[in-house]
Ligand binder design. Structure first.
Ligand SMILES: [Zn+2]
Ligand SMILES: [Zn+2]
Length: 298
């Protein structure tokens, strides 16, 4: 199971209704934050999931609307008594952000480990993958895959005469030696089961690679800077997307559902434009601050 919270749903500038880009993932008590725009801390306070359990921060890029909240948040986590290290992933240029953090908050009680432009990163039972996007600055999209344990085949275990005491150990993937015989998980586990996939794509123009990267996502969170199809020229110029373009990606990527986010401050009522996305991909929804989506294994 994995809980997703869209902490901020605005793009460019915060306003009274929307904070800026930030998504929080929570699974098995561990948290991963994607982007940290201005207002993220306030939104997290309102959410009430706490600050201390954030182990990984994935930055898409270094435009202010995605990182201006980072320094304050790290400082607060430091004040919360955390000593365990935090890992920050980000695109090319992450070293400069590291220097800013060092200059602004020099005495953090925990270590920060940086990975610039990583392809993959494993965090507990979450596998993180990245893709290069096409924006006005180096930018990464992220996919998160939560693997599901294979089912334990009781019949296989009984046939092999393995005592119940060892079943749980084998299911966790450890080997067992009993009566001078070695047993492995492959001997008792059933078929593989599908996990949960979440992909987050912001900020970018559509690219050829995105549909394959987001393929089969249970949840696809995508920027929708502009609502109207006529805004396409503007979107090309600013290296963003319209609702329609985002929906094309969702359709080609065969995702289960798409949540649009990162709305332009000029898009006061995105609900009036949602039909442009739904015309292409019916399972399109609009985000709002602190929208929570709970994803379960199917
Ligand atoms: Zn942005
Ligand atoms: Zn940007």
């Amino acid at each position: 199971m994995i809980d997703v919270c869209l902490l901020g749903s605005g793009g460019s500038m915060p306003n009274s209704k929307r904070f800026l880009s930030a998504v929080l993932l929570k699974t098995a008590g561990k948290m991963c934050l994607i982007d940290c725009g201005e207002g993220t801390q306030v939104s997290m306070k309102l959410l009430g999931w706490g600050f201390k359990k954030i182990d990984v921060i994935c930055l898409t890029h270094f435009h202010g609307d995605h990182i201006y909240g980072l320094f304050g948040l790290l400082s607060t986590i430091g004040n919360s008594g955390r000593n365990d290290s935090i890992t920050i992933l980000g695109p090319k240029g992450l070293g400069k952000i590291a220097l800013c953090i060092e200059a602004l908050i020099p005495n953090l009680p925990f270590e920060i480990i940086y990975y610039e432009n990583p392809h993959t990163y494993n965090f507990h039972n979450l596998e993180i993958q990245t893709i290069n996007l096409h924006h006005s600055a180096p930018c990464l999209g992220y996919a998160f895959y939560l693997a599901r344990q294979r089912i334990f085949d009781v019949n296989k275990a009984l046939l092999l005469d393995i005592p119940k005491y060892y079943w749980n150990i084998l299911q966790k993937g450890k080997e067992v030696v009993y009566n001078n015989q070695k047993y492995t998980k492959e001997m008792v586990l059933g078929h593989k089961r599908r996990g949960i996939k979440i992909s987050i794509i912001t900020d970018t123009r559509p690219t050829e690679d995105i549909p394959n990267f987001i393929k089969g996502s249970d949840l696809f969170i995508c920027e929708g800077m502009y609502g109207e199809n006529e805004d396409n020229e503007k979107a090309q110029h600013t290296k963003h997307m319209t609702f329609q373009e985002a929906a094309m990606l969702a359709k080609t990527g065969e995702v289960a559902e798409m949540v649009l986010t990162h709305f332009s401050p000029s898009l006061i009522e995105p609900e009036n434009s949602l039909h442009n996305a739904k015309a292409v991909f019916e399972n399109s929804f609009l985000s709002y601050d602190r929208m929570i989506i709970k994803l379960k294994f199917k």
